[in-house]
Design a protein around this ligand. Structure first.
Ligand code: F6R
Length: 243
């Protein structure tokens, strides 16, 4: 794992976007897993310009989602799918056939999980996972306490996730469970980029980087990955003892 502390959100986003572009440059048919949420917004906005500048061919890349709110339709602005389509898939003109996302409305979510795991393994595994960190230390919807050795699964959401998650929705929305890639996917991904910014993430980043690695702080798992970049801004890194 390598830690990068950047001076602000813009610099954190720039390093993240450059990391995404470099994976695609090295492997034009890469399989990427991208988190939704506020943290990666600016990085995703930077990718199309960077890719265009070096005439990168993105038409062969494939994308999977990291997670989705169960029961929330893709037309809802707060859904992860809505976010990803608008912030990155449409701007990059990614063809639908190259995008495999969780259907969180499926009556058979276990089957959704199996289909996601099959898609990933039949396409040679994930080349890059870009993940954010929840205030409770979650990655995707791998809430505190979820074992590290899981592939895709359905999880009841923590109270913190249910209340913080309201920020993505126009009106108060019942958020009870999530469907998510598991942390075993993260361990098997060829590269991981974990990002966090702002004061609100400082306490959890200290736990993730400096407390013993165990499922009580899922984000700590990144320290067990041989090729993970943790990219923070100064505020999120403020409580780290070791820089
Ligand atoms: C979103 C996701 C979540 C977020 C995390 C941080 O797809 O997987 O784990 O990455 O909750 O959210 P933001 O970036 O909004 O602070």
């Amino acid at each position: 794992m390598q830690l990068f502390v950047e001076k602000n959100y813009e610099a954190m986003s720039l390093r993240t976007a450059a990391g995404i572009v470099s994976v695609i440059r090295a492997k034009p048919d890469a399989l990427l897993c991208l988190a939704a949420g506020d943290t990666p917004k600016l990085a995703y906005a930077m990718v199309p310009g960077m890719a265009a500048k070096e005439k990168l061919d993105i038409t062969r890349c494939r994308f999977v989602s990291l997670d989705e709110w169960v029961g929330i339709p893709p037309s809802n602005e707060g859904s992860c799918q809505f976010f990803l389509r608008n912030t990155i898939f449409h701007p990059l003109n990614i063809a639908d056939q190259n995008i495999h996302l969780f259907n969180a409305l499926s009556p058979d979510l276990e089957n959704e999980c199996r289909m996601m795991d099959d898609f990933i393994s039949s396409h040679g595994g994930i080349d890059l996972m870009v993940v954010g960190v929840g205030r409770n230390g979650h990655i995707g919807f791998n809430e505190p306490g979820v074992p590290f050795n899981k592939y895709s699964h359905v999880v009841p959401l923590d109270e913190t996730t249910q209340s913080v998650g309201q920020k993505y929705f126009k009106q108060s929305t019942a958020l009870t469970s999530g469907i998510t890639l598991g942390l075993q996917h993260l361990l098997e991904s060829r590269k991981v980029i974990m990002i966090a910014n702002g004061e609100k993430k400082a306490a959890v980043m200290r736990l993730a980087m400096e407390s013993p690695v165990d499922p009580s702080v899922p984000a700590g798992i990144v320290r067990q990955h041989p090729d993970a970049d943790v990219i923070l801004d100064e505020e999120a890194a403020a409580l780290l003892k070791q820089r």
